[in-house]
Design a protein around this ligand. Structure first.
Ligand code: ADP
Ligand code: MG
Length: 702
């Protein structure tokens, strides 16, 4: 396979990149020179967009220019912080740095003239920027006149701002990319798109140069919104590669064999008879789709999309029973231990009266018990085995796996899913696959992300639910909310208090949650309050969730680990802190934890004022709708109108350049081209997949 533009060239071949830097780039997912070249700027700093300090807008990325009048180091709870006060003719602004070294400190000495670029936040008295990009004005003066002497900063109007990680500066990234661009100039890449498409796009080298060094006269919005031909080329390629790979997987799947499992009513009948409720019309319809797939001799690959609380578990149970009554085994994979345990409890209760063996491969098992669990799966004694994906990848072997069920699919990548699926291959027969997700994705996006799957939708909630009432409240009214929590608990209800990501680091986040618990315990001393977060040991987490389920814990403070699936019907109030920082899909998932019982439930979205216009609009959507599909659609519309939030990851798909939300208009074109390309230019299709999705190559050649 030709190496396109250095897809196989390790990053370390670039001059100036040793093991330490390579490791940092690795953290960003950059392993090869191509990855680096495709590491596109998040946005561009526009030197021409300088604002007077008294005219800045909160939430906007802006350049301000002024003189440093004060420079101090302030100890904070976590680390020391460097704070620079800069002044122009109109006012004072603060620049704050958590990660700084002596060099930065020295550069930012009083009297220095600098321009700083970053997001404007409102501080106590002045606007501020956290970790802004900055340039010392004095350094930019006149060295250009010196023949060939390199300038310290390139004189470009637009400076790219790249996604980065701790310890990797913009300058280092920029330098590495410039080296890669030089290499590219010396070794022009081979064009792999068929000739009929050439004219529509710029060639690779030109396009990359424009993206990393936008010319003065460019309309920079065209680049950031994905409309400029330079970036369109890569969006198109990646979408195409992704779609082709899904298509290939689907075709591959259709050539495989599976055991046809026809319902014989041995278990399904008595199960439904004993169930305290009847399935909804939507559940019945979706089960019918599933049973008709499973009766065929090609493996089912069906995705069930159903809003939170729509009753996907019951659908999974019926699919499992169909496999089991045909003498097959079933594997159920959940994204977290908490969910795996919850499924284990439900399925045991449902299946034990039928004499069906359900087992749980928990992370808590002792080595001996784990071995026993594995033995029982291998001997066929276990009919249904439940666990997290980590556990299934371990060493599980089945005698006769007929069905793989994957819950909350958006947490798993396509590759993980396919790996588990392949585990079940016996005598050239594949297991059927049922995938469930609560992340509603609008249709156009689903066509791409789930292009390899058949999709059924549960579009109806079980009867008797009272919709959750959502209110949006400023953090200034926090005391009232604490009183509200108190009242709910006194009335015998349970409450979630969700403490969301405050810092980028999970450790700091967990710390913030611990402080919150202390605060709440002090204010509400008579309540039983506990904390659950991602950094805790899994058995600790389990035990707390268990106590919450049993009603022993009244107020559960949690980070977003409770986002998916947890079912505690007595919980009727949820407070979400910093709601303005979360995506709508995530807020909707979180809110889905309440409103599961018959009591009227409330969700309080606490925000930190002032709210930007977009944040306001988004919280408004949450207040107005409880329907995941509507929320997802609105989310797109709001984003479409300006703010570019990264959507490189959606429904388990993970893109380098594509932002599915931003780029959705291209999807239908790509689909058309993809079909014809796979027929008329199979070599080109292979090369595209190989260069964009190298880990999927094995499915292509299979
Ligand atoms: P999700 O789709 O979010 O996974 P669950 O399967 O956890 O939803 O179901 C949510 C709740 O609804 C559970 O308590 C479940 O027992 C209940 N439920 C499911 N189907 C029905 C139904 N047809 N009628 C009444 N309650 C139902
Ligand atoms: Mg569920």
């Amino acid at each position: 396979m030709s190496s396109r533009f250095f897809h196989n060239l390790p990053l370390m071949t670039l001059s100036g990149i040793g093991p330490t830097l390579a490791k940092k780039f690795h953290d960003l997912g950059i392993l090869t020179v191509a990855d680096l070249l495709l590491h596109f700027p998040l946005r561009y700093e526009d030197r021409a967009s300088t604002h007077a300090i008294n005219e800045v807008t909160v939430g906007e990325y802006t350049t301000i220019t002024g003189t440093i009048i004060k420079n101090e180091i302030i100890p904070t709870r976590q680390r020391r912080m460097l704070v620079c006060h800069i002044q122009d003719e109109t006012g004072i602004a603060l620049l704050k740095f958590m990660n700084f070294n002596r060099g930065i400190q020295a550069t930012l000495s009083t009297g220095t003239e600098i321009s700083a670029y970053g997001e404007i936040k409102w501080g106590k008295n002045h606007p501020e920027m956290m970790h802004p990009q900055f340039h010392v004005q004095a350094n930019r003066q006149t060295r250009a006149g010196n023949s060939g002497y390199p300038q310290t900063e390139p004189q470009e109007r637009f400076t790219p701002v790249y996604p980065t990680t701790y310890g990797l500066t913009q300058h280092v990234i920029r330098k590495a990319i410039d080296n890669a661009l030089l290499l590219l100039k010396r070794n022009p890449p081979v064009e792999i798109l068929p000739e009929s498409l050439h004219t529509a796009f710029l060639d690779v080298a030109t396009a990359l140069t424009i993206i990393h060094h936008p010319p003065l006269d460019i309309d920079i919005n065209e680049l950031t919104t994905g409309r400029h031909p330079a970036i369109k080329r890569f969006i198109f390629e990646e979408l195409l590669a992704y779609h082709l790979s899904m298509l290939t997987i689907k075709l591959h799947n259709q050539k495989q064999h599976a055991y046809n499992l026809k319902p014989n009513q041995h278990f399904i009948q008595p199960f439904l008879a004993a169930l305290p409720f009847t399935p909804t019309g939507a559940q019945t319809r979706v089960v019918k789709d599933i049973l008709s797939d499973m009766a065929k001799s090609i493996p089912m690959m069906r995705l069930i999309q159903g809003d939170v609380g729509s009753g996907k578990t019951l659908v999974a149970a019926l699919a499992a029973l169909n496999a089991i009554e045909n003498g097959k085994q079933v594997a159920l994979m959940a994204p977290t231990e908490i969910l795996a345990e919850q499924h284990f409890t439900n399925f045991s209760r449902w299946f034990a009266p039928l004499g069906i063996q359900v087992d749980w491969l928990s992370g808590r098992l002792t080595a001996k018990n784990k071995q026993r669990c594995l033995d029982k799966a291998q001997s066929g004694e276990t009919a249904l085995l439940i666990g997290t994906h980590a556990l299934f990848f371990d060493k599980v072997e089945f005698t006769d796996l007929g069905l793989v069920i994957i819950d909350e699919q958006h947490r798993f990548g396509v590759n993980q899913r396919l790996t588990l699926w392949e585990k079940g291959i016996k005598n050239h027969h594949y297991p059927h696959q049922l995938i469930m997700t609560a992340t509603p994705i609008p249709r156009t996006l689903a066509m791409t992300v789930y292009a390899d799957l058949d999709v059924s939708i549960i579009d109806e909630l079980p009867p008797g639910r009272t919709p959750v009432t959502t209110i949006v409240v400023s953090n200034l009214r926090r005391d009232e909310m604490i009183e509200r929590v108190n009242q709910a608990c006194q009335a015998g209800r349970q409450v979630y208090w969700v403490c969301t990501l405050v810092e980028e680091s999970e450790a700091i986040d967990a710390k913030a949650a611990e402080l919150l618990v202390e605060e709440l315990r002090m204010r509400l001393p008579h309540l039983h309050i506990e904390l659950v977060h991602g950094k805790m040991k899994s058995d600790q987490k389990q035990s707390i969730m268990q106590q919450f389920k049993q009603g022993e814990i009244q107020l559960l403070v949690a980070t977003t680990v409770i986002e998916v699936g947890v079912d505690v019907p007595n919980a009727s109030l949820m407070i979400i802190e910093n709601a303005e920082r979360l995506g709508l899909a995530q807020l909707h998932q979180l809110r889905g934890r309440v409103g599961r019982g018959t009591a009227v439930s409330h969700c309080v979205l606490l925000y930190q004022p002032p709210l930007s216009k977009i944040a306001k609009a988004r919280l408004q959507v949450m207040r107005e709708s409880n329907d995941g599909f509507i929320i997802a659609q609105k989310d797109l519309e709001i984003r479409g109108s300006g703010e570019i939030l990264g959507t490189h990851q959606i429904g388990g798909a993970n893109f380098k350049v594509v932002d599915l939300v931003r780029d959705q208009a291209m999807i239908s074109d790509v689909q058309k081209i993809s079909y014809s390309l796979s027929q008329h230019y199979p070599e080109c299709a292979k090369q595209l997949i190989a260069s964009w999705l190298p880990d999927r190559e094995k499915y292509i050649n299979a």
